[in-house]
Ligand binder design. Structure first.
Ligand SMILES: [Zn+2]
Length: 329
């Protein structure tokens, strides 16, 4: 237990943790000390000191002081044991975010090496190189990620826990175009769209994260919600930068809260599939949104279409704009 504790504190230095929590401090003199406003009590003049070498804090305002665990106890109102569990979770999250970032970067590098990947993007109407970079689109050929990440020192156990490598020891994503899924701008998952005959959609275990690019989209008074990443890509490419994506028609509670974080119009642009499931989901979602003060409009694409196929088969921005205008509320 004592050893685990020391290891945890080493993995997550107090100063790093405070900065993750948006604490800002400036150097206090020449030593390893930093000073800033106390996160534990209201104050206008900085009296909260952190010693980065000793991993200790002390506040001259409220008199509190101690190590990382003590800080978590005080700031999160947790017991010692609960604080430990909390920090272990934080540390595991930081690990998995780092691995997923590496995996995403690796997949982005592969995109240009596999003509079939470029061809697939082309077929889905995604051509703009700047957009491909912005959405961090990559390609998982399969069979090379494990080696790459193991060479970077990540344990097989961690890769399997995150789901990048399956129980048999093979890369989980195989011949798929890959998009990162983020929460608070941290990668929490990867979505892979099969370019071959395998099941079309694949997410690693765990959350699908926030609405895509929500930080930039949320400023618009009206937003377009689509269910697929390729829908989003073609809409952005056509200039509809107020489009976001929920990766499927079922929003997580977090995604739903984001959509309702201020009064706005939401254009629900789900697939118009033959079995009607996309439109049923849109109807149910419209109902829930209305109850939360949002004005939903259901965009009616031609039968059999999703936003991606609409653009791929010759639809243009002007036509899509008319669909938005005609969308019933
Ligand atoms: Zn204080």
């Amino acid at each position: 237990m004592g050893e685990d504790l020391e290891q945890l504190k080493q993995q997550l230095p107090l100063l790093d943790y405070l900065r993750q929590q948006n604490w800002t401090g400036r150097p206090a003199g020449r030593g390893p000390e930093f000073v800033g406003l106390c996160p534990l009590h209201p104050e206008n003049r900085p009296s909260f000191y952190v010693n980065a070498c000793k991993n200790f804090f002390y506040c001259h305002g409220c008199g509190q002081g101690g190590d990382l665990i003590r800080f978590v106890e005080l700031s999160q109102h947790l017991s010692f044991r609960q604080s430990l569990t909390y920090l272990e979770q934080q540390s595991a999250l930081a690990d998995s975010a780092a691995v997923l970032r590496q995996a995403s970067a690796f997949y982005q590098q592969q995109l240009d090496r596999y003509p079939e990947a470029r061809l697939y993007l082309e077929q889905r109407g995604v051509r703009d190189a700047a957009l491909i970079r912005e959405l961090q689109i990559g390609y998982a050929p399969g069979g090379s990620l494990r080696r790459h990440l193991r060479a970077q020192g990540y344990s097989l156990d961690l890769l399997q826990r995150i789901g990048l490598v399956n129980a048999q020891g093979h890369d989980a994503l195989f011949q798929r175009v890959v998009f990162p899924c983020c929460r608070d701008s941290r990668i929490v998952n990867l979505y892979g769209r099969s370019t071959g005959t395998a099941f079309a959609h694949r997410l690693l275990p765990g959350s699908k994260g926030d609405l895509v690019a929500w930080e930039s989209v949320r400023q618009f008074p009206s937003v377009i919600l689509v269910e697929g990443m390729f829908d989003l890509a073609v809409l952005w490419q056509a200039g509809f930068r107020h489009a976001t994506c929920s990766l499927g028609t079922h929003l997580t509670p977090g995604q739903f809260r984001q959509l309702c974080d201020r009064p706005r119009t939401v254009y629900l642009t789900f697939d118009v599939d033959p079995n009607g499931s996309g439109q049923q989901a849109a109807q149910a979602l419209a109902h829930r949104l209305r109850a939360h003060g949002i004005s939903p409009r259901r965009v009616l694409l031609p039968p059999g279409h999703d936003p991606n196929s609409f653009f791929v088969q010759g639809g243009d921005a002007r036509q899509f704009h008319s669909l938005l205008e005609e969308a019933p509320s």
